[in-house]
Design a protein around this ligand. Structure first.
Ligand code: SF4
Ligand code: SF4
Length: 243
């Protein structure tokens, strides 16, 4: 309920906070809060579900694990880390939120994020839209040809996939090839005009990783390993993540 006071019945120990502290370097500084409120002032999720990062941390410190581990607010945090940036004590609230998410049964996590993560696990493109390697290749080649013809000043522009030894490995949000293919082109043009030697990967070309937002460590690692391995196999020196 909005504005409802927090009622503390006796002293409780927070098993959850202690557990997260054990996972983080320096315990994430989670016990150093000055209650200044700087984190809440810049947080895009402040006020949603009658929660804000300072309150979330205070409730965790007060041992209100049941409330912390059940509030849907954790899914409204964008993981932007603005709270750490502004905090005078560098307290890692986003890790606290992440671990609260991880405590939810997987099937009860928000359907949109869950579905996008599962879709990305379907094939090695890692696309949250389930787009296959073949479909990506078709769209890239089709759009490139169209622009090479329509804009002669870009007739030599390239959009390579699996170019061995390219300096930069570039990935791409899969919404663009699927719903807004023309949005692929501005970055290609910049890279072309800058003379950058780059490539997409046939595997792991999708830049988004919803499994991270789902707090599914295993799936997050699986996707990251596919894309990192592709960059390594191609001998690329620099990984350029566009997300
Ligand atoms: S900014 Fe840091 S010290 Fe201030 S209330 Fe937030 S967590 Fe506590
Ligand atoms: S990481 Fe989450 S809690 Fe921190 S400022 Fe961003 S949205 Fe708010």
């Amino acid at each position: 309920m909005p504005g409802e006071p927090i009622i503390i019945k006796g002293k409780k120990k927070s098993g959850f906070l202690d557990k997260v502290k054990e996972l983080l370097p320096e315990g994430g500084n989670l016990n150093l809060c000055l209650t200044c409120g700087a984190c809440s002032s810049g947080c895009p999720a402040t006020g949603l579900e009658d929660m804000d990062p300072r309150k979330f941390l205070r409730m965790a410190a007060l041992g209100m694990d049941k409330e912390i581990l059940s509030t849907p607010w954790v899914w409204m945090c964008t993981m932007c880390q603005r709270c750490i940036y502004v905090c005078p004590m560098q307290i890692d609230i986003s890790q606290l939120v992440y671990n609260a998410r991880a405590a939810w049964p997987r099937e009860e996590r928000p359907k949109g994020i869950l579905g996008s993560c599962d879709m990305a696990l379907r094939n090695d493109s890692c696309s949250a839209m389930g787009t296959s390697e073949e479909d990506f290749k078709f769209v890239v080649e089709d759009v490139l040809e169209e622009y090479q013809e329509a804009q002669p000043e870009f007739k030599d522009m390239e959009a390579p996939i699996d170019k061995q030894g390219a300096e930069f490995f570039l990935n791409q949000n899969s919404r663009e090839p699927v719903t807004e293919p023309d949005e692929l082109v501005p970055l290609w043009k910049i890279l072309h005009l800058a003379g950058v030697d780059w490539t997409y990967g046939n595997k792991g070309w999708a830049a988004e990783n919803y499994c991270m937002f789902l707090a599914d460590d295993q799936a997050w690692e699986h996707i990251t390993r596919i894309t990192a391995k592709q960059a390594d196999d191609l001998g690329c020196k620099i990984f350029l993540n566009t997300e």
